[in-house]
Design a protein around this ligand. Structure first.
Ligand SMILES: [Zn+2]
Length: 452
């Protein structure tokens, strides 16, 4: 959407069955509700909500006839760079542990990416995410031989689809200090660029964090430098923590404290920090994360796929949400798989409470990063929402919203997606990228992986 469109967008949504989760007040407690109402949208925000709103001159009126309207989903930890992984060559040896999963698979993929493939991964992955209802992606990027300006390529891919993104580069010492410094430079360059964007009264489209791979691939000096970046730009770190036992084992082998204690010693566990996975954490670790006000993102399907073990989700701290960790970007799929897995071991009602907490947590994370009241569709909130189909089989109400999210809604129920008051997708729209170019890029990076 151009600045001109943003200034002039004027829309009246009539008879919407609106589901939202949080009040528009930024510090409001979760209060999910379903209400048949009208929404007036000016620019990139909802400006009025209530029954029987009258159309004003110049407004486009859409009568949605009681169809469901809900906020776009938030993906709290994603890797758009792995979008071209499906179908890639199988590892030449079967990985025996998480370290070998990284070295035989993911660390070949991120070395094979070039700038063009980074863009195509981002645009095609963002397109997948939007068609699953996701409108805001917290991304964690790695392309170790194409680092400079890589976050601009990711940004362009997300923008060409029309979503919002919080971007970072995964700094690591895998390639030595020279390579690490290139990654730190890219981080600072992007954070400086973001800081100069004047959003005025508008909702920011992009934000940034200080990215880092994981404690076990970072030297002490790198952690110091990352803390300096966090201080300079007033942002948190976005890092994998205790994704499996590897993080702790390598720490101990090298004479370091446990990963969480090590990161905390450098001042990196602080409000705004986004910690992904947390599979191998002790009750004391979880208490430290709670006390420090950091976020812990659960990536249940990825944990299963990589065989890293089960995260202690029933003991996770208060700031939690879901992420897809490079898998399809489908937040409904992420939420319900984790719920099923909880039920499999008899957690039952706890799984239900947990599902609500982790789901709404994504909006609270987005609020903290963007300073905007995501998760609300009240006056003042960003106009980021999905319009579902008319043929919804069962009725949605305040007292069954979670059951409907877990069992009733699917990506194929999404008819339209709006971000910042502008329609970014209607079912049947063509993809905003060339499939031939994407497949060529995939073949190119797979050839590169085979030669490693
Ligand atoms: Zn990850």
């Amino acid at each position: 959407m151009s600045d001109n469109d943003r200034a002039t967008a004027a829309l009246l949504l009539k008879n919407a069955n609106v589901l939202d989760y949080l009040p528009v007040e930024m510090d409001g407690a979760p209060s999910p509700r379903v209400e048949l109402t009208d929404l007036r949208i000016t620019g990139d925000r909802i400006v009025e909500r209530g029954p029987d709103l009258a159309a004003r001159d110049g407004e486009t009126v859409i009568d949605v006839n009681g169809r469901t309207v809900m906020p776009g989903h938030v993906n709290g930890h994603h890797h758009l760079y792995s979008t071209l992984a499906p179908g890639m060559p199988a590892p030449t040896e079967t990985p025996r542990n998480f370290q070998e999963v990284l070295t035989h698979i993911w660390w070949k993929l991120d070395r094979a990416l070039d700038a063009d493939a980074v863009y195509l991964s981002a645009v095609s992955g963002a397109w997948d995410a939007m068609r699953c209802g996701t409108t805001l992606i917290v991304d964690h990027h790695s392309s170790v031989t194409a680092v400079g300006e890589s976050l601009d390529h990711i940004e362009r891919g997300i923008a060409d689809v029309g979503l919002r993104g919080c971007l970072c580069y995964e700094v690591t010492d895998r390639g030595g200090p020279g390579s690490r410094d290139t990654m730190l430079d890219e981080t600072s360059r992007y954070l400086e660029k973001i800081a100069t964007v004047d959003n005025g009264d508008g909702v920011p489209t992009f934000r940034g964090l200080a990215g880092a791979h994981a404690s076990f691939t970072l030297e002490d000096r790198s952690l110091e430098k990352l803390a300096e970046v966090c201080d300079k730009f007033g942002v948190g770190i976005h890092i994998h923590l205790a994704e499996g036992t590897t993080d702790r084992e390598i720490c101990h082998d090298r004479g370091w404290p446990d990963p969480l204690e090590r990161l905390d010693n450098y001042g990196l566990i602080r409000p705004g920090a986004v910690l992904a996975h947390g599979v191998d954490l002790t009750p004391l670790d979880l208490q430290v994360i709670e006390d420090k006000g950091a976020w812990l993102v659960h990536n249940g399907r990825s944990n299963m796929n990589n065989g890293v073990g089960r995260a202690p989700v029933d003991r996770f701290p208060s700031r939690v949400c879901y992420g897809t960790d490079g898998l399809d970007g489908n937040m409904w799929g992420e939420m319900r798989t984790t719920f099923y897995r909880g039920n499999e071991t008899g957690r039952g009602p706890l799984g239900f409470v947990g599902a609500e907490r982790f789901w709404i947590g994504g909006y609270q994370l987005a609020r903290e990063i963007f300073g905007e009241p995501f998760g609300s569709l009240d006056a003042g909130a960003p106009a980021d929402f999905l319009i579902c189909d008319a043929h919804q089989k069962t009725p949605l109400a305040t007292d069954n919203w979670l059951g409907m999210m877990l069992f009733g809604f699917h990506p194929w129920d999404i008819a339209e997606v709006y971000v910042g008051g502008a329609r970014k997708y209607r079912r049947g729209d063509p993809a905003p990228y060339d499939g031939d170019a994407s497949r060529d890029a995939a073949r190119r990076i797979w050839d590169g992986m085979r030669s490693m």
